[in-house]
Design a protein around this ligand. Sequence first.
Ligand SMILES: Nc1ncnc2c1ncn2[C@@H]1O[C@H](COP(=O)(O)OP(=O)(O)O)[C@@H](O)[C@H]1O
Ligand SMILES: [Mg+2]
Length: 280
Amino acid sequence: MKQIDVATTASVPNRAGEAPRLSVSNVCKAFRIRKGASQPAALLQVLKSISFEVYNNEIVSLIGESGCGKTTLLRIIQGLIHHDSGTLLVEGQPVTGPGRDRGFVFQQPSLLPWRTAQENVEFGLELQRMSATDRAARARKLLQLVGLGDAAEQFPHQLSGGMQQRVGLARALAIEPALLLMDEPFSALDAQTREVLQKELLRIQAETHKTIVFVTHDLDEALYLSDRIIVLGARPGGVKEIIEVPFGSNRPELPLLRGDPRFQALRSRIWELISNRPTL
Ligand SMILES: Nc1ncnc2c1ncn2[C@@H]1O[C@H](COP(=O)(O)OP(=O)(O)O)[C@@H](O)[C@H]1O
Ligand SMILES: [Mg+2]
């Protein structure tokens, strides 16, 4: 098979001198677990010396097989779990707990069932004590942005899974976070809805210039969405390689992109890294 030359590098081009939005440096995490009631507690090393940076306006994916610690790492960045060692900075400030500078989109939309779409989007703004008029205006604008301008008064049970996930995205964007953290947000959706929402996410990112850390185990999704991909090895998850995705901001849609030899070469490379097996 002909070798395609693709850049796989740990350095970030064109960012010299720029302060990163997120800086993760030598982060380690182990959980204390008990295999049985009579067994002594043992340490399960989940993350091993993780280092990477994310810059303004980037979509950076974390990819790795199930159980390698992707969610744990995202929750550490969110401030819900404390890391054991290493440094974690968001806009230069150490992460000590959850904050308004980080928005989160989960695999399940987890909307409040007794609130309309708009009231769900307003939730974080209520906690910030924003006035009712201002938060209604912002929520309406964001529902328009995610393509739900007509669904503001609908309750979650009246919305499809894809629409609920759009509300979840609007809710996360409402607090105007410096960093948007997304944990496999489209993996519970059917294939067609997933492709629509992936495309929508690129459009929304182009409009809002949000900086996004996106967790996935889907190679095609990572290659379609990302500017860079952090490949994590099996548990304990360490950074195996940081891959520069060369398709730029006007990339073709996924079905077309799959025909690009660089896509195929990078896909094989990531697969090889994740599975620890040479490509067939
Ligand atoms: N609170 C916890 N206590 C003990 N073990 C945990 C906890 N959270 C996650 N783990 C373990 O850490 C490993 C990584 O989990 P996770 O971060 O959810 O992986 P991923 O998101 O990559 O599938 C798994 O083996 C999981 O069982
Ligand atoms: Mg996970």
